[in-house]
Design a protein around this ligand. Structure first.
Ligand code: 13P
Length: 293
């Protein structure tokens, strides 16, 4: 079914797992992500930037997510990632996105609250969920951290106040991750995440910059309350590597489908690997389920 963020995160909380939220950059990548999630029998969140939403067309994105959710019998959320512009948020909600993020993290606390509340009020009217953000998630360029000096972790007390005053459905937290970190790995501040988790009493938390998170850290952050796990760059890097090789190998009059198909396989493999981790099944549990089969 085509569902809201609130619905899938409630299920993730019940099952102590995270839902993968994957950035698509074009319309071709989208079916590969949904099919991979259907294979893994988990809900999935498709997210796009404001730029990608305009490039593909908001209504086209909604139509594909709705029809594939129905065809594959998988819960799909369509989410607008890191939106700062209210007009873009309104366009997405009006088109039928089932979730939007208002990123007011660069604003003073009070302005972030006011901006987020305005988005929550609009999104509710359109039946969409809202993710807010507090603190600074870093950024990287070619694997080099460009924002170490400005890192500002999410304050646990502010997080609790922010959730209460805005009415959001999920909160993105700054705990040391960086967007775009694919050559190196992130040092997560687990103590900070634990303090936030305790302050917000199990409210669904979101990790950004998932590409840089080590596989072995995934279980720990989920156990500390991460319910939405964002992954973008990993898909792009694998797509680009596979399609570069295909374009190089194929003739100029080959159907360009042949250049895209290897990229789709590469993306699907990344998505399936991540989702397997996000299910947070311990080795003991997976042994039990194999034994029962
Ligand atoms: P990465 O591109 O680092 O995986 O981050 C994705 C993300 O957090 C999108 O908001």
């Amino acid at each position: 079914m085509y569902v809201t963020l609130r619905e899938v995160l409630a299920e993730a909380t019940r099952l102590n797992m995270a839902i993968g939220s994957f950035n698509t950059h074009n319309i071709e990548m989208l079916p590969a992500i949904i099919r991979a999630a259907a294979n893994q029998k988990t809900p999935v969140i498709i997210q796009t930037s404001e730029g990608t939403a305009s490039y593909i067309g908001q209504r086209n994105l909604v139509a594909v997510c709705r029809s594939m959710a129905e065809e594959y019998g998988v819960d799909v959320v369509l989410h607008l990632d890191h939106a700062k512009d209210f007009a873009e948020i309104r366009k997405a909600v009006d088109a039928g996105f089932s979730s939007v993020m208002f990123d007011g993290s660069a604003l003073p606390f009070k302005e972030n609250i006011l901006g987020t509340k305005r988005v929550v009020a609009y999104a509710r009217g359109g039946g969409a969920s809202v993710e807010g953000e507090l603190g600074t998630v870093g950024g990287t360029e070619d694997g080099i951290c460009i924002s170490k000096q400005q890192v500002c972790y999410t304050d646990p007390d502010q997080a609790s106040e922010f959730i209460e005053l805005t009415g959001i459905d999920a909160l993105a937290v700054a705990i040391g991750t960086n967007h775009g970190q694919y050559r190196s790995k992130t040092s997560i501040n687990f103590d900070q995440l634990e303090r936030i988790r305790d302050a917000v009493h199990g409210f669904p938390l979101v990790i950004h910059g998932g590409t840089g998170v080590r596989d072995e850290d995934v279980r720990r952050v989920i156990d500390l309350g991460i319910r939405k796990f964002n992954v973008g760059t990993d898909l792009l890097v694998h797509w680009n590597r596979a399609s570069l090789a295909a374009y190089e190998a194929n003739k100029e009059n080959t159907s360009n489908r042949e250049d895209v198909l290897p990229a789709l396989d590469a993306v699907a493999a990344v998505v399936e690997h991540r989702i397997e981790l996000f299910k947070n099944i311990s080795s003991a549990q997976s042994g039990e389920s194999h034994a029962a089969e």
